[in-house]
Design a protein around this ligand. Structure first.
Ligand SMILES: Nc1nc2c(c(=O)[nH]1)N[C@H]1C(S)=C(S)[C@@H](COP(=O)(O)OP(=O)(O)OC[C@H]3O[C@@H](n4cnc5c(=O)[nH]c(N)nc54)[C@H](O)[C@@H]3O)O[C@H]1N2
Ligand SMILES: Nc1nc2c(c(=O)[nH]1)N[C@H]1C(S)=C(S)[C@@H](COP(=O)(O)OP(=O)(O)OC[C@H]3O[C@@H](n4cnc5c(=O)[nH]c(N)nc54)[C@H](O)[C@@H]3O)O[C@H]1N2
Ligand code: SF4
Ligand SMILES: [Mo]
Length: 689
């Protein structure tokens, strides 16, 4: 019996836990947490423990599939045939008629390859990935205030803070290993505040739970800043020396409408809770860490929500210090890395702006091409889908890597129409998905366990994937497939890498944050960027002395007013719906629903409703209802629970048979273009017998 242990990192959340894959006779049979990892310290969550059966699932794609012209059905094809069909079609379209969606599920090497492919081979600026649905407001908001869109501190800071202020993050379910670090602090006496419309497992561990209405975070944060400013509790030296725009912020938040009394009304919470939070912010100044996630970002005011968090931490002087900071829990395993690699419509690798002619010149010269798309932003995912739906003559061709929009984007019926309208669709995944069924060509990629590579977690820690087994059948590494298409289209000389390390080495020379990172250096605990030189050991805390990316090195404060969500409740749609994740499943379910234990623990969707609302509608627990909005409807069983606020419903979004996104709103933040998944107006009705 041949058993080996291969150390790698987790392919699920942005926690980035390390573990060993246990490989027997070439097959992965188990996982075992790494005892020495500074991230997970020998622990893992249920997905880490039970979430690996998908690797050896009989459903894995093993050959390319091509849509047969005669039957209109997909059939297995050789690589040669699939590449031929793709090259022939890709050559037909103008750059602006094509778009690429890269993948936060894939490693840095795949994402670097994909954005180079879009820019060098397709000449298109239209590249994006699922950060758009998720933390794009964090990137835009923090870059606007601090000059860098990344989390400022490390998970370790959450264990040493005296106050952890969690807002819009259910990390006990979504980032359990991070929650464990927060609990480590609590055991030592730290306080925890949770602001969430639901009494989540995270909220249940808090010392104070502020259960406000969805979409009222700016009101709450402005109110706290008003009190702090009026009581002279700001860090005057920090504000004076390291910020601009303070007077504008002060003028805005000190308006009467942000009083504690009015805020209690707008947010639907007791004034005493707000006061308790403010007093703790004062008591634990310089030892307070903020933690946020999608409850903050997935709003039409997502960017401003994030900026408001950055503002409150800045005026308190809680930036650039241990146990402090703005800690955004990035969701997908490699969403931080996919952004760093430039799989975005506004930046190249290393956040060089596409609107900066000097940056475009630098990238073109480095790649040895005349020009890369520049000057104008490419399309973001919501614009790609909208154009496909409404103007299929303008956008005709889509190349999707590891993304399942038919489940994960808002207003599923419209997304289905976009996919139907797409003249030529290529999907590269590890499974046949609800989206790949629409594809003209499906390409079999490989998963984390079958490749060498790197990914970057929510605290900017770059860590290794290490190959433990061969990919099934004829599937190939994702960057290799991208390279094969480039070669077929006559661009082989720009894609000469032989190994994943070759891709990484090309990337780091044009990505300042990664310049000093090598595969050899990653053999230990990984390295947190920025790591500018080979001597550097990386950087745990950002902005210690200055805000390097900002004019004069200063943080930018400003006035931000509270605004209501795009859709508000009325007599026809009197209930707020918020959607999100559950501990057992991963966004589109393609992996976790193929893991027996996870599927058994959580076989399908449900709708959380308060006992008062259930009584109003005459519902009993587990009764099936129709949930409907202006977009569509879905049938789902209710779960009556006191954990949800009256007037608010919650539904998880992972399940094809009960898709929450049939009813969600496509309205998006004007800056980040992130959809408002966290709030829309709905109603319910009893199912007709
Ligand atoms: N098990 C599991 N883990 C995951 C995922 C998964 O699907 N399953 N997904 C991963 C991904 S991609 C991501 S991005 C993260 C998501 O991680 P989280 O953002 O922590 O998870 P969500 O459930 O989307 O939402 C967080 C909380 O926001 C609350 N909320 C809703 N509206 C508001 C509001 O207006 N204000 C505030 N303050 N809170 C609000 C919700 O009630 C919810 O409890 O998790 C990652 N981890
Ligand atoms: N209503 C509602 N909708 C939401 C959200 C919400 O809170 N509410 N959250 C949103 C968020 S935060 C996110 S991040 C999105 C996520 O949305 P998606 O990114 O679409 O969802 P995933 O299921 O994570 O994975 C996408 C695909 O990647 C494939 N894949 C996994 N590993 C690999 C690999 O190594 N190679 C290749 N080629 N493919 C691979 C999987 O099989 C899957 O089909 O959903 C969003 N949708
Ligand atoms: S906490 Fe995140 S990284 Fe760690 S095992 Fe769970 S899903 Fe994987
Ligand atoms: Mo996400």
């Amino acid at each position: 019996m041949d058993v080996k242990f291969v150390t790698t990192t987790c392919p699920y959340c942005g926690g980035g836990c390390s573990f060993n894959l246990v490989v027997k006779d070439g097959k992965i049979i188990d996982t075992q947490p790494s005892q020495r990892s500074p991230v997970n310290q020998g622990k893992m969550c249920p997905k880490g423990v039970f979430g690996f059966e998908f690797i050896t699932s009989p459903d894995r794609l093993t050959t390319p599939l091509v849509k047969d012209k005669a039957t209109g059905k997909q059939r297995p094809a050789t690589w040669d045939e699939a590449l031929e069909v793709i090259a022939e079609n890709f050559k037909k379209y103008k750059p602006e008629e094509m778009a690429v969606i890269s993948s936060a599920r894939c490693c840095n090497e795949d994402n670097y390859a994909m954005q180079k492919f879009a820019r060098v081979v397709l000449h298109t600026p239209n590249i994006d990935h699922c950060a758009r649905l998720c933390h794009a407001p964090t990137v835009a908001g923090l870059a606007n205030v601090f000059g860098s869109g990344a989390s400022t501190n490390s998970f370790n800071d959450l264990a040493i803070a005296d106050l952890v202020f969690i807002i819009g993050s259910n990390n006990f379910e979504a980032h359990p290993i991070v929650a464990r670090r927060i609990m480590e602090g609590k055991r030592k006496g730290a306080k925890i505040i949770v602001c969430d419309p639901r009494n989540t497992p995270t909220a249940r561990h808090a010392d104070l739970h502020i259960q406000h209405f969805p979409g009222t975070d700016i009101q709450l944060l402005n109110c706290m800043m008003k009190y702090i400013i009026e009581h002279d509790w700001i860090d005057k030296e920090f504000v004076e020396n390291r910020t601009k725009g303070y007077e504008d912020l002060k003028k805005c938040v000190t308006q009467d409408k942000y009083s504690v009394e009015n805020t209690a009304k707008v947010c639907g919470v007791p004034a005493e809770s707000i006061m308790q939070a403010i007093n703790w912010l004062h008591e634990y100044q310089h030892k307070t860490a903020f933690v946020h996630c999608l409850g903050i970002t997935q709003h039409t005011v997502g960017v401003d929500n994030v900026r408001s968090i950055a503002f409150i931490q800045t005026i308190l002087g809680n930036i650039g210090k241990p146990g402090c900071g703005v800690n955004a829990l990035r969701g997908q395993n490699n969403v931080q890395g996919s952004c760093d690699m430039g799989a975005l419509p506004n930046v190249y690798a290393g956040y060089l702006k596409v609107t900066d002619p000097a940056a475009a010149k630098k990238v073109a010269e480095y790649w040895g091409v005349d020009e890369v798309p520049n000057g104008k932003l490419g399309l973001h995912i919501p614009e790609m889908l909208e154009t496909l739906e409404e103007h299929p003559d303008k956008l005709k061709c889509l190349y999707l890597l590891g993304e399942n929009p038919v489940i994960s984007d808002p207003n599923s019926k419209a997304v289905e129409k976009s996919m139907e309208n797409c003249e030529f669709l290529v999907v590269q995944d590890i499974f046949q998905t609800e989206t790949s069924k629409y594809a003209d060509v499906v390409l079999p990629g490989s998963c984390f366990a079958e490749e060498d590579g790197t990914q970057t977690n929510a605290e900017r820690r770059v860590q290794r994937f290490r190959k433990a087994a061969d990919a099934p059948g004829e599937s190939k590494l994702d960057w290799e497939i991208i390279k094969m298409i480039a070669e077929k289209m006559g661009y082989g000389k720009y894609f000469t890498w032989k190994t994943s390390e070759d891709v990484f080495d090309e990337m780091r020379k044009i990505t300042p944050q990664y310049a000093g990172i090598t595969y050899a250096k990653l053999d230990g605990d990984g390295i947190q960027w920025p790591c500018p030189t080979e001597e550097s050991k990386g950087t745990a805390i950002l902005h210690v002395k200055e805000f390097a990316g900002m004019p004069e090195g200063k943080a930018q404060l400003a006035a931000i007013e509270h605004r209501a969500p795009a859709e508000v409740v009325d007599s026809e749609y009197p209930l707020w719906l918020t959607t999100g994740a559950t501990i057992w499943h991963w966004p589109s379910g393609s992996m976790t629903r193929r893991c027996k234990q996870l599927d058994k623990d959580c076989p399908t969707a449900w709708l959380e409703i308060s006992p008062a609302d259930a009584a109003k509608y005459g519902l009993v627990d587990e009764e099936k209802v129709t949930l409907y909005s202006r977009r569509g409807e879905v049938n789902v069983n209710v779960r009556i629970t006191p954990n949800i606020k009256e007037g608010v419903l919650f539904m998880p979004f992972h399940f094809i048979e009960a898709r929450a996104n049939l009813v969600t709103n496509t309205a998006y933040d004007p800056v980040s273009r992130t959809p408002e998944f966290k709030v829309c107006a709905v109603n319910i009705k009893k199912m007709e017998a």
